[in-house]
Structure formats: C-alpha cells, structure tokens
Design a binder for this molecule. Structure first.
Ligand SMILES: Cc1ncc(COP(=O)(O)O)c(C=O)c1O
Length: 425
C-alpha cells in the first residue's frame, strides 16, 4: 500500500466500503465523517450522481480514444470550460492523470520553454524545503520531504531549494502568518549563488499540505513573483490541493492575487472520481512552443490517457456542480467559523500550533518522548475508531473537509478531535 505502514495495517485495517455526501461507511457498517475530502480531492462530497451518470454514459458511448495525433471533443470542451475559471490571462490546458504527472509535465515545459527561446542554459529548477510535488523523479527532486527523497538515489541534478516558511514565531496565527515575508528573498540568495541565467523555474505550493499545512507569510508569494520577474525565471504554483475552491477561489493564485506562469492541478478536477490532472499555462509559454513548422510536434510529451474521455466526462460533470452550487467560493463563507472552531482546540493537551486558511486546518502536536509522529498517529487512528477521518503527517493532524460541509458537521469534527486530544497521553 502507498505511503502506509503495511505491517501495522494488516493487524488493524481501516477499510472503507461506500460513501455519500460528507460520510464514508466502513466495512463494518460504521459511518465515518470525512474531514479530509478523501485525500484532498472529493471537494463536492461523495456519491455525486451527476458524475457517476456522466462516467457510465461516456464508457457506453466511447471508452477510449488515442491521445496522440488523434482526439475527441471532450478535452477541448473541458479545457474551454476550465479556462473561464483560470487566473489572469492563463488559458491553455494540458491534461495528465495525476498531480505527480502534472508536476513533471510543468517542469519539462519550463525547461523546453527556455530552450525554444534560445535560452537553453536555464536548466536549474528551484523547489522548497518541505515541499511536496508528488512522487515522480521531477517531483521528488524539487520536493523537500526527506523520506520521499533519501531512498531514491541522486535525483535530478541542478536542483536547489528555498527555505521553508514554517516559523515558530508564527505559532497559533489565524489565517496567514505575519512573520517571514523576507524568506522569499532566499530566492535572491540562490540567484546570487547560481546566476539567474542558469535558472529555469521556481515551483512552490501556495500552501503546502503534505508536510503538515505550511502557510505563506503575508506578501511572500507576491515577493517571489517580483523576484522571478526581475530575473526571467518562471513561477510555477503547484495547486494540486489548493485548486478547485479549497481556499475560497477556484485557485490560490486568485485568492493571493499572484499570477504564476504555470499551474499544476489534479484531485478536485474530477472530484477524485476518475484519476486526472492538468497543467495550465499563460500565452507566452504556449506561444513559445508554436513557432516551428506547422507539421512538427510542438511538445514531445504526453500520456496514453491524456484527456481520457471518461475522465473528461467526470471533470465536466464536476465543473457543472462547482458552478451551480457556487462551491469555488464556499470556503470563504465558512472560513471564519472554521477558524474559530479550530482555534478552540488551543488549550487541549500537547497542542503546539494551529494553522488555518480557507477550508484547510492543521493541529500540530508535540512529539511523545521525543519520537516524532507517534502521538499524532494515535490521534488519527482513534479519530477513525470514533467515526471521523483526519489526516496525519508527522506531528500534524491535517483537515480539509469537502466544501459542502455544514456548520454542524464542523462542530462534529472539531468536537470529536477535542475529545480525542483530551484523552490522548
Ligand atoms: C501539492 C501536491 N502536488 C502533487 C501531488 C501529487 O498528486 P498525485 O498523488 O495525484 O500524483 C500532491 C498530492 O497530494 C500534492 O499535494
């Protein structure tokens, strides 16, 4: 099993059987409140019939069409619909099958973009400590989570990392932290070290999820954008979790009012129902690829399942729901209630930090007897036993409920967490 303590799981399995709305039902028939939208992906809640009907209809009509040198109408329809929700002048779409593939695609596009413009010395990629960009070799190279990197050789060469923004002085800030904007200037340090003429792109998650919900200090992303602009470096936002309404706008780029050159997405794109990812780019990137002979392939990259008809059908049905139920902006309506309820956990034992933004929340616990992760893991398993799903990463309990959550269900989730924290040694 992926990212799982397989031997422990064998003796204490957690097996889900069905799902509807805000709740899973496990194999023993117990209801489990979904505090994590699956893995940050089921933003519309579970069991959306519009999506399952669209998927069934599409499989019946055409299960698959080749994606190289051939096509079908759905990816074009889906891309055009998505383009209306993209920030700024971003309007070009390339489909993948996962967040990891989106990241590798974006990194390759960035490298090829510079080369096509005669600036092929720009080969360095800059990520960030504690960053998570999936599990491809590109993603783990620019990523900054040590366990995800250290077993897998020397990774891509020519990669460097910005410092992360998790500062102890920001503990218990509500919303964006105030301290640490100057951490963006770390990019200037790397530019001084390597020279801008060797750097292709910087990739960051606007909010890092997997390393335990790390928020950008106020003004940090704007400053990164300014530095990239001053030096001809592309800025990539990995919005695999922040995209699709998680923080109250379709994308974090809109919420933070910072326009990157490339956005990577997945997860909420199809509400998690069918695997799919996407890369969005601004016109200058797209246009750089369009300059060779008309019959020449512009991008030597793609997947058998890029723009898969069934995934597109799921994505279009999901987009109908986001639009009709105003779910791209619902996190904004709920965030002050979410924040207030989350921060009510402050006095619970072992809590050393609470972080929130949009419908994302994190409760960081002190390690037990110096052993990282043990206490948080116990909280996670006990929460599941008591009928609520949260996520554990290291010492942090992370939550990202479906955007359809009601206030009473926020109370249920946080109330249960309060009980479990109080009972956890
Ligand atoms: C920011 C970010 N990028 C990329 C990925 C990888 O996505 P996938 O697991 O679909 O490959 C994730 C997954 O959690 C993510 O959070």
């Amino acid at each position: 099993m992926p990212f799982t303590a397989n031997r422990q799981f064998k003796s204490a399995p957690r097996l889900l059987q069905s799902a509807k709305g805000m709740y899973y039902t496990d194999v023993d028939g117990r209801q489990v409140l979904d505090g994590t939208a699956g893995l940050w992906c089921c933003n519309l809640g579970h069991g959306r019939e519009e999506i399952s009907h669209a998927v069934a209809k599409q499989i019946g009509e055409m299960d698959y069409a080749p994606s190289f040198q051939m096509g079908h109408p759905l990816p074009f329809e889906f891309a055009n619909r998505l383009a209306k929700h993209l920030p700024g002048d971003m309007r070009h779409v390339f489909f993948t099958n996962s967040g990891s593939e989106s990241v590798d695609t974006a990194l390759k596009m960035a490298l090829a973009y510079h080369r096509l413009r005669g600036d092929g010395a720009r080969q360095r990629l800059i990520g960030r400590e504690k960053g998570y960009h999936g599990v491809g070799f590109g993603g783990i190279s620019v990523g900054g989570i040590v366990h995800n990197r250290k077993y897998f050789g020397s990774l891509l060469t020519g990669v460097d990392h910005l410092r992360h923004t998790l500062l102890p002085e920001n503990a218990f800030s509500q919303g964006l932290p105030k301290n640490g904007t100057e951490l963006a200037d770390d990019l200037e340090r790397l530019i001084t070290l390597h020279d801008a003429s060797t750097i292709a792109a910087v990739i960051v998650e606007p909010i890092s999820g997997s390393a335990g919900v790390i928020l950008p200090p106020e003004g940090y992303l704007k400053r990164l954008r300014e530095i990239c602009d001053a030096h001809g470096i592309l800025l990539i936002f990995d919005e695999v979790i922040t995209g699709f309404g998680r923080i109250g706008e379709p994308f974090a780029a809109q919420r933070f009012d910072v326009l990157p050159d490339i956005i990577t997405a997945a997860k909420g794109l199809t509400n998690g129902a069918i695997p799919m990812g996407a890369v969005f780019v601004r016109p200058p990137i797209h246009d750089a690829f369009m300059q060779g002979g008309e019959a020449g392939i512009e991008l030597f990259h793609g997947y058998t399942y890029s723009g898969h008809p069934v995934a597109c059908a799921a994505g279009i049905a999901a987009l109908d729901i986001y639009e009709r139920e105003n779910l791209f902006t619902r996190a904004r309506e709920l965030e002050s209630y979410w924040q207030q309820r989350l921060h009510s956990l402050r006095e619970q034992p072992h809590v050393v930090d609470i972080r929130d933004f949009g419908l994302i929340g994190a409760v960081q616990l002190a390690p037990r007897d110096g052993k990282p992760g043990q206490r948080a893991y116990q909280v996670f398993t006990e929460m599941f036993r008591r009928g609520a799903m949260v996520r554990v990463t290291g010492d942090t309990i992370a939550m990202s409920p479906p955007l359809i959550i009601e206030r009473a269900q926020i109370d249920e989730l946080i109330g249960r967490l309060a009980e479990v924290l109080a009972a956890t040694p």
